[in-house]
Every structure is written in structure tokens, then in C-alpha cells.
Write a protein that binds this ligand. Structure first.
Ligand SMILES: [Zn+2]
Ligand SMILES: [Zn+2]
Length: 360
């Protein structure tokens, strides 16, 4: 991996920008929940205290962006807004008082765009639960543009040597699945069922294997299961051809099941695949918000069910460290930002191997 694109800029004590601030820039904008995104010139905002301006190099497309653009979830963003919470780029300007990052740094702008830093969640290592949080590409404009504005305290530096097109998917798909495996408590020889081998699943398989787990990948597309095996899955189940609950119970049942497919049915199957004492980790956010799970079996079998939302800045630093050490592979394809609507349609139709990363 080459690092030749990193700009090394000498910073004068007073300097706050490395290039003239843009007055406008191109971005993909959600104007309303029922129309395609519009790629247009938008006005560049003035930076306020603690903010930084980033010239975006790469920006991953997450299923959440599609839900955001459609207004699928109970808490909706307010159009117009720019989606994208896997933006990676170079800091080009610092707002008043920002000292945590420097002009020229390559940073990731993850989903957790801002948190209060003072509440009990923030100070106990659970900033991702902060009630004051702002979310990149949802409640604040995100990475689907040539530039983006972020809070300096909540961007994460991308280490030298990591390709920004790899760093982008790691900033949500990576950190989210890394954290899911962490809260699942996977230990060596545990059987880990990963439901859904897409942008998230292909990384979940690798983190579960790094934690020492033996991985079963479940999907409904054979090509994705081939990819899963390549990335370290020991067993695969095509849920379109075979009942994954039976197949996994034949192996003794999963110690942990990680639900990454945007289908309530897959969550129910993930639950059904657990062995006694097992843990279901809910990660995907289907538009259809309900699952049916049995109380009796949950109680008698001592099942743990827990939700896991993205990860902290520290988790993301761990993710970058593992990638920098050559322990993970990011499967992605690059497309121009102008193709944002086609790209979203392809993700929804399951026509994408893992992750699409836009080039602004
Ligand atoms: Zn995401
Ligand atoms: Zn807080």
C-alpha cells in the first residue's frame, strides 16, 4: 500500500488553511424522501469553533444512507441534507480554536459526528450512546461531496499507509462489525454465525476470525458465500436453498450470531441458530422494525440479545491499526459520485459484492 498521495504541509503557527476555501462545491443532496438524489453545487458553510473542513477523497455508501434518503426510520433527517458517513479526506481548513487535528491530516468522518463529551455515556466509553450526538450524513451534512465540514474532536486520523478507498468502508462497515464482535464476546473456538455477507458482513467475518472464532457465513447469494470463504469463513449456508437454523444447529449451534441482513426474518433465523447460552447481536436496521422472538426459549436457554451501534473513536483507531497491520481486506468498487442513484439501486437489489466507494 502506498502513501504517496498524503500531502505533507508545514503549518505556520497562525495558519488555518492550506488552500483557498471553496465558495461552493458539488455534493449529492437529498431534497425529499421520494425523489432521487440531486448532484448539484452547494454553498460552503463558514466553519464555527471546533470544526474542520475536509476535502473528500473517498466516501463509502452504507445501507443507512439509502434509509436516510428514503426517510425509512422512526427518527428522520430533515431535507435538504447530504448523506455519507464513510467520508475520508484531507483537512484543509481549521475553524476557530481547533487544535486536535492539523491541516494536511487524512481523517475519517464517521457516523458519530459529534457527542457532548461530558454525559455519563461519553465519559464511560459509550460516546455512541450520547443523547446529544449528531450523526454525519443524517443530522449534519455528510461525505457525499467534494468537501465536508466535521467536528475536529470526532474525526479519526487515518494512519499513513492506508488507502483512503479502504479507510472509507472501515469508517462505518469496519468499526460497526468490529464493535459487534467485541460486544458479542467472541473467544477462541466459539462458533460465530454472520447473517448477511455484504459491506458489513465481509468485514464481520474477518473480525470474528481475528478474535479466534470459527465463522459460519449465511447469505442468499452463492457469490457472496464464495467471498465469505475467501475471507475466512469455515462454513457457509445459502439460506435460499437450506434452512440456516437447521444447518447451524447441526454444527452444535452458534455461540454468537450477528444479524447484518436488513430483513427481520434473518434476525429470527440468527436467533434460532444459537446454542444454549448464546448471544444474538442486532446490528442491521431493516425498514421493517419488528421481529418475533420466543420468550420461553430465551429464558430457558439463557439467551442474550443485544443491540450494537457503530463504535467509538477508539474502536475505529483499532480497526485502522488492524488494517494497517495487514489483518483485514476491504472488498470495494469505486464509482463517480454522479452515479449515486444507480449505486443505491444496485445496493438495494443486492448487485454489489460488498462496498461501493464514491470518488467525488
Ligand atoms: Zn453505515
Ligand atoms: Zn454525551
Amino acid at each position: 500500500m502506498s502513501n504517496s498521495t498524503v500531502e505533507h504541509i508545514t503549518i505556520e503557527p497562525q495558519a488555518v488553511s492550506s488552500e483557498p476555501s471553496p465558495r461552493t462545491y458539488r455534493a449529492a443532496v437529498v431534497r425529499d424522501f421520494h425523489s432521487p438524489l440531486s448532484v448539484e453545487q452547494v454553498a460552503a458553510a463558514e466553519l464555527t469553533a471546533g470544526q474542520v473542513r475536509v476535502r473528500v477523497e473517498a466516501s463509502g455508501l452504507c445501507h443507512t444512507d439509502i434509509h436516510a434518503a428514503h426517510g425509512d426510520w422512526p427518527v428522520k433527517p430533515s431535507p435538504p441534507f447530504v448523506p455519507g458517513h464513510e467520508g475520508v479526506g484531507i483537512v484543509v481548513e481549521l475553524g476557530p480554536g481547533e487544535t486536535g487535528v492539523a491541516v494536511g491530516d487524512r481523517v475519517a468522518m464517521p457516523w458519530l459526528g459529534y457527542a457532548c463529551g461530558a454525559c455519563e455515556h461519553c465519559v464511560s466509553g459509550w460516546e455512541t450512546l450520547c443523547l446529544e450526538q449528531k450523526n454525519t450524513g443524517y443530522s449534519i451534512d455528510g461525505g457525499f461531496g467534494e468537501y465536508a465540514v466535521a467536528f475536529g474532536r470526532y474525526v479519526v486520523r487515518v494512519p499513513d499507509g492506508i488507502d483512503p478507498f479502504d479507510a472509507a468502508p472501515l469508517s462505518c462497515a469496519g468499526v460497526t462489525t468490529y464493535k459487534a464482535v467485541k460486544v458479542a464476546g467472541t473467544r477462541s473456538s466459539d462458533l460465530v454465525a454472520v447473517f448477511g455477507v455484504g459491506g458489513l458482513g465481509h468485514l464481520a467475518i474477518q473480525y470474528a476470525a481475528i478474535a479466534g472464532g470459527r465463522v459460519i457465513a449465511v447469505d442468499i447469494h452463492d457469490e457472496k458465500l464464495d467471498l465469505a470463504r475467501e475471507l475466512g469463513a469455515e462454513f457457509t449456508v445459502n439460506a435460499a436453498k437450506e434452512d440456516p437454523v437447521e444447518a447451524i444447529q447441526r454444527l452444535g449451534g452458534a455461540d454468537q450470531a450477528i444479524a447484518l441482513a436488513v430483513s427481520p426474518r434473518a434476525f429470527e433465523q440468527a436467533y434460532g441458530s444459537l446454542r444454549r447460552g448464546g448471544t444474538l447481536v442486532m446490528v442491521a436496521l431493516p425498514a421493517d422494525n419488528e421481529v418475533r422472538l420466543p420468550i420461553f426459549q430465551t429464558v430457558l436457554n439463557g439467551i442474550t440479545i443485544r443491540g450494537s451501534i457503530v463504535g467509538t473513536r477508539t474502536d475505529l483507531r483499532d480497526v485502522f491499526e488492524l488494517h494497517g497491520a495487514g489483518r483485514t481486506r476491504v472488498i470495494r468498487e469505486t464509482r463517480p459520485l454522479d452515479d449515486v442513484n444507480e449505486a443505491m439501486a444496485d445496493v438495494e437489489a443486492g448487485r454489489v459484492a460488498a462496498r461501493i466507494v464514491f470518488e467525488p
